[in-house]
Design a protein around this ligand. Sequence first.
Ligand SMILES: Cc1ncc(COP(=O)(O)O)c(C=O)c1O
Length: 359
Amino acid sequence: MPSKAQQRYLLASAVAGVAAAIRIIRRRNIHVPPQPLPADFPVTPKDVVDAAKRVRPHVHRTPVLTCHGLDELAGRSLKFKCEVFQRTGSFKIRGATNAALQAPENAPLVTHSSGNHAQALALAARSTNREAHVVMPRTAPAVKRAAVAGYGAHITLCEPTNKARAEAAQKKTEEVQGYFVHPSNEPRVISGQGSVAVEFLEQCSDLDALVVPVGGGGLIGGIAVYAKWKRPSLKIIGAEPKNVDDAYRSKQKGELVGHDDRDSVADGLKTLLGSNTWPVVRDLVDEIITVEESEIKKATALIWGRMKLCIEPSAGVGVACVLSEAFRARYPADEYGTVGVILCGGNLDLAKASAKLFA
Ligand SMILES: Cc1ncc(COP(=O)(O)O)c(C=O)c1O
């Protein structure tokens, strides 16, 4: 017969064990089936699953890498989904290909983009034997412009504002009777981008949270629709530069608001949420965390130095987020021990970027 003290110890151990098991079930979602999502979303989990199958022959299944040094800095295990190795150098080929494969027969594809979607659409058009017309801000990095031209797309330059881009693209669509593929708000683009999550969750069964850079919200939108259905307890956190914080402000206010068109070193994230991506961000994304320009540069340089991965600053935004004080405070490492970070792209002008990052 155990003594009173032993009984108390056994009881306390049993209670602690049950509590730990509940925590694990809640976090890992063991035996929790996929959950239905609101019916009025522009994209369903099935759209994402179908898109993942559709684009699979056309895109790379990118690797997930880890880095001991970064784990130490973050105080937890980080899993990096390396879309930096994706075709055209970013995840954008997924959504562009999904849209191109479903576009009206023979229609030229038209878009506006600061670069990564432009390259992706240009390649997707070439692979599906279509013409591509791309409106780019005149400030887009030369390396991105050259790549778009290299895939055979026709380029029209415009002023570097969201309004100027949209107007020029509309004009071009009418002129060539094309099929306009919005870089982030087009449902087929959103579901194509969601294929990142389909792969990532297949590759890693132990993620507690996912950090995703946010521009127009296509990437986080597709990821959230799939991940919150497949694994409802997984936290989805958007990472945004403070200078272009429309997603953060929209979440705070509960309605879609813009930003001040300030500049950011993360040029891929200067776009705005749209009518299709906003409801998903509003309802399925747990939180948006913003980071300063200095944090973005530091995090980007860190990945270059520690992982030898040439990511662009837009990808550095996710890394800066997971290393930020705000993230640590909101998502303590003892509860969120394994965090996935999307290294979304690696297209940059190396000479210019290294001068900026290491200045
Ligand atoms: C490298 C990179 N990361 C993230 C994003 C943001 O994606 P989304 O506009 O779908 O939010 C972009 C958008 O251009 C990008 O180029």
